[in-house]
Ligand binder design. Sequence first.
Ligand code: GLA
Length: 340
Amino acid sequence: MNKSLKDAWSKSFKIGAAISRKVLEIQENADIIRKHFSSITCGNAMKISCIHPKEDFYFWDEADFITSFAKREGLAMRGHTFVWHNQTSDWIFLDGNEEVSKTKLFKRLEDHIYSVTRRYNEFVYAWDVINEAIDVEKGDEYGFRLSKWYKIGGKEIYDFAFKTMREASPNAKLFYNDYNNERDAKLDTNVRYLSSLLDRGIPVDGIGIQGHWYYDYPDEKILRNALERYSALGIEIELTEVDVSVYHWVEANDRKDFFTSRPEDRIVKQEKVFLDIFTTACDYPAVKNITTWGIADKHTWLDHFPVAGRKNWPLLFDEQYNEKPVVEKLIEEGYKRILF
Ligand code: GLA
């Protein structure tokens, strides 16, 4: 079929994929991106541990490779990510063997932001400035995660990150990105946090809903509720890391539940979740991008997490890089909405 996801949904949102250099170097992946996607994200290459592994050394190669592909192919890019409790080099929190001072941590973050944005501003239209700073179970009284950023920098470090980003990257959209923020306490806390940023004039333009979901979750009601609540804040919404696991979270650590081959009954249910995501998001003009965390089932982080070595099939293309049947259905749904 010649029709593509990106064309089918072009009136509503960009269609994105997170990639690594290794994945991009596989011809089939590059071809799928050219045909179906209008946006890419570096899966790891722009994270602090990859791009800034030592205080005086930046490793630009992988992100350069991916950004030049984006430029050549006319793809939009999401930039991911600055302040996060994971995949952040230890040096940033240390001064010799001691914990770094608050002042120095702010300065390091500022320098890092300016260096990365100076190099990539021309490619990136939206940055995940803060990732996963909220932890409703173990966080502080406001719900902030007790990460090293928070313990050393205080919650002021997040305001500082957004303000610095606006100066360093004035044309880009600035996002707060999180997981599970489509429901329950995490949704409430995210809404409260964003309202507080907006009320205080801190520059934030959007919410990233990661969307690491399951073959039986979320349903349309949950999605609609979250999209309503975020839309009401007047900010943009992007689904930044969508994948639809064939395991439910509660099966995560139950090694007895391994599938040794693709569970077709769950792939059928997975289709429904993908269709609900696209068709529901389409009703909300605030949604600007739906990005999947990967391209084809051949390479997915869910083969290693939460159970190492357990194969998963969470993406839109199969292990042989063919379209899963859901792709054609999504294209049809997209075109229906363009025509009417
Ligand atoms: C999180 C992060 C991403 C990525 C995924 C899983 O959600 O935001 O950068 O690490 O987990 O790969």
